[in-house]
Design a protein around this ligand. Sequence first.
Ligand SMILES: [Zn+2]
Ligand SMILES: [Zn+2]
Length: 391
Amino acid sequence: MLEHRVLERLEGLTELTTWRRRLHQYPEVAFHEFETTKYLTEVLRSMDIEVSHPGETGLVGYIKGRGPGPVVAVRADIDALPLQEEKEVEYASKIPNAMHACGHDGHTAIALGVAKIFSGLRDEFTGEIRLIFQPAEEHPPGGAKDMIAAGVLEDVQAIFGLHLWTSRARGKVGIASGPVMAASDQFKIRLYGKGGHGSAPQQTIDTVVLAAQLINNLQNIVSRKVDPLSPAVLSIGTVNAGSAFNIIADKAELTGTVRTFAKETQELVIAELERITSATCESFGAKYELEYVKGYPAVVNDMEMTEFIKEVAQDVLGPSGIEKQEPVMGGEDFAYYLQEVPGSFVFLGAHDPQTGEYQPHHHPKFDIDEKVLPLGVELMARAVARYLDRE
Ligand SMILES: [Zn+2]
Ligand SMILES: [Zn+2]
């Protein structure tokens, strides 16, 4: 019933492109979303929606129904990337070295659309819709943790989020329960040996040979230690050592990343990384320091909430619109909300199926097909309406 009213209101929603383009022209990077938050606050207030400002640049909108009832949250991330836009369009970024190249401008416009719809339906439901405008998704430690610490999930019973996904066509959505995005960690290993003349290796502990050996040994973690049914990646991204062709390097530094879905696999990789580094250094008589920084945990979708949003998505896009989402090795701090509250994070296709052309996320010519915006609003708003109705 409420869902029916949502569909009527959706027809009158004409501002989506305007909002999205305004956000796109004035992007702000992680933890600096001051003007963005100010703008969003104005828009929400014009709809008579109560707001709060957790943290420096966070924003929450509260749409309360005619009486107490369930609280359901929708999350949008509002930050841009430190990147110079190269696409020549009238709504291109006006800020040098800042660009919405991940679609967060679209996520935010969609959340404003949900706000607009329910702001006119307050007499027709009980409970509350909470709109979480979260800063700093792109920059670990991310903005989600602070928002949660500030209490934005208080009384929330379910949470939904989406990512516009340009490798998928508009009209399709990727949905899966369980882990859909990886835990993404980083590490640094400093190796300490003994330098000397390139002609006299017997007097040295060569950290270049050690680094080479260690890089090879570390490959055994994923190939020989991790359960093949539990995905993991360990990549060395940088190797730095040495200063001249005839000097044996006394130090070397490696950096890399680890991606996993299961917590046990993550812990296993960390333990093996330490063990193999220690043993390899020991065999050379070298010393080491290992720094391991855990990034966002894996995004793990709740089974029931995922089935729930899948049914809604089928009604929005038709059965052929639903695709199984394969796990993505990238990270997302939506993970933290899902550790607290059952919910689901879905991947909404965002390229024009007519042309089939698209750029990957974080590309300087990235763009979305704006016709996806009303679909995003419909999916989120109908999920919220159906959730409130069933309670
Ligand atoms: Zn991104
Ligand atoms: Zn993103």
